[in-house]
Design a protein around this ligand. Structure first.
Ligand SMILES: NC(=O)c1ccc[n+]([C@@H]2O[C@H](COP(=O)([O-])OP(=O)(O)OC[C@H]3O[C@@H](n4cnc5c(N)ncnc54)[C@H](OP(=O)(O)O)[C@@H]3O)[C@@H](O)[C@H]2O)c1
Length: 208
C-alpha cells in the first residue's frame, strides 16, 4: 500500500519505519522540505522517499497526519485527501503544551472540518512514540498485544487502518465514532498513554 506521511518527527518517523518494515511504500514530508529528510529516507531504504506535504498526500492511498494539531497550515490541501483514508494521530495541544478545551467537539471532529471529504480514522494518538517503536509483536496473539485505539465514523476506513495496525504487531481496539470514541482517546482520559493489552483495553472500555 502507498502511505503518505505528513510530519516526520517522533510519530511520523516511527510509523514510517514500521510501515516500511511491513512492506509498504511511504512518502515522508515535513515543514522544511524533502532535502531535510535525506538521512531519514536513506535509513528507511528504497521503499521510502521524501516529498512536499501536498505531494506526499497525493501519493498516499492512506495518509497519516503527524503534525501539531494547532498548526492547521501543516495539513495538505483538502482536495488531495478527498475520499482517501486519513489517520489522525494528532492531539489538541496549544502553544504552551496545554490541552485545548474544544467544548463538545473533539480534535478529530475538528480535523474532519479541516479535511471535509477525508475518510478519517483517529489512531496512534494515545501511544508514546518510543512504545510504538518497541512494543509491536506479531508473534503474540492479538488479545495479548498492546492496544492501539481506533475511532472512526467510516467502517471501511476503520477496517483498513485496523489491518495496518495488526501488520505492525499491535491490536486495534475500537472506541466508537469520532465523537464518542474520539473523546475516549483524548489527552487526560483513562485510555491516554496507557500500556494495555487488547484484552485489558476492552475491559477498561467496558467499565467507562
Ligand atoms: N510524541 C509522541 O509520542 C506522540 C504520540 C502520539 C501522538 N502524537 C501527536 O503527533 C503529532 C506529532 O507529534 P511529534 O511528537 O511527532 O512532533 P515532532 O517530533 O515535533 O514532529 C512534528 C512534525 O511536524 C512537522 N511540522 C510542523 N509544522 C509543520 C508545518 N507547518 N508543515 C508541515 N510539517 C510541519 C515537523 O516538521 P519540521 O521538523 O520540518 O518543522 C515535524 O516533522 C502531534 O499532534 C502529537 O500530539 C505524538
Amino acid at each position: 500500500m502507498k502511505i503518505g506521511i505528513i510530519g516526520a518527527g517522533n510519530i511520523g518517523h516511527t510509523v514510517a519505519k514500521l510501515f516500511v518494515e511491513a512492506g509498504h511504500e511511504v512518502a515522508l514530508s515535513n515543514s522544511r522540505g524533502p532535502e531535510s529528510l535525506k538521512d531519514i529516507v536513506a535509513e528507511l531504504g528504497p521503499t521510502a522517499h521524501a516529498d512536499t506535504v501536498d505531494n506526499a498526500a497525493a501519493f498516499g492511498e492512506v495518509i497519516l497526519l503527524a503534525v501539531p494539531w494547532n498548526s492547521p497550515e501543516a495539513l495538505p490541501h483538502s482536495d488531495l485527501v478527498a475520499n482517501k483514508i486519513v489517520i489522525d494521530a494528532m492531539n489538541p495541544y496549544g502553544p504552551n503544551g496545554q490541552v485545548l478545551d474544544l467544548g463538545d467537539s473533539t480534535s478529530s471532529e475538528e480535523t474532519a472540518k479541516r479535511l471535509p471529504d477525508a475518510r478519517l480514522v483517529k489512531a496512534f494518538n494515545t501511544i508514546w512514540f518510543k512504545h510504538l517503536a518497541e512494543q509491536g509483536d506479531i508473534s503474540k496473539p492479538e488479545a495479548q498485544r498492546r492496544a492501539i485505539f481506533v475511532a472512526s465514523d467510516d467502517a471501511g476506513a476503520k477496517a483498513i487502518v485496523s489491518d495496518l495496525i495488526r501488520e505492525i504487531g499491535f491490536a486495534p481496539v475500537y472506541t466508537g465514532s469520532l465523537h464518542e470514541g474520539g473523546r475516549k482517546q483524548q489527552p487526560d482520559t483513562p485510555m491516554y498513554g496507557k500500556d494495555l493489552t487488547a484484552e485489558e483495553a476492552q475491559q477498561a472500555l467496558s467499565s467507562l
